[in-house]
Design a binder for this molecule. Structure first.
Ligand code: F3S
Length: 78
């Protein structure tokens, strides 16, 4: 199952919850916003394809502004 992680960085307020619950995929950047590790720019978003969602669902659920999205096989999960 293909899993796509999407970060709407413009909406990120830098709360840091994603990096706290899912440091494998998320880290805080010098701009005070989160970085999706190994994410590639896609328009205004950063995206990454991964084989398993891992802790990214927890990261998405913990984000107070819902700027982390997860798609499975092209279907938006969160
Ligand atoms: Fe930003 Fe949400 Fe993480 S606001 S720092 S993406 S928890």
């Amino acid at each position: 199952m293909a899993v796509k992680i999407i970060h709407d960085k413009n909406t990120c307020i830098g709360c840091g919850a994603c990096a706290a619950v899912c440091p494998d995929s998320w880290e805080m950047g010098g701009d005070g916003k989160a970085n999706l590790k190994d994410g590639k720019a896609d328009g205004d978003n950063f995206v990454k394809e991964v084989p398993e969602e891992g802790c990214n669902m927890q990261a998405a659920q913990s984000c107070p502004v819902n700027c982390i999205h997860v798609e499975k096989d092209g279907n938006k999960v969160i």
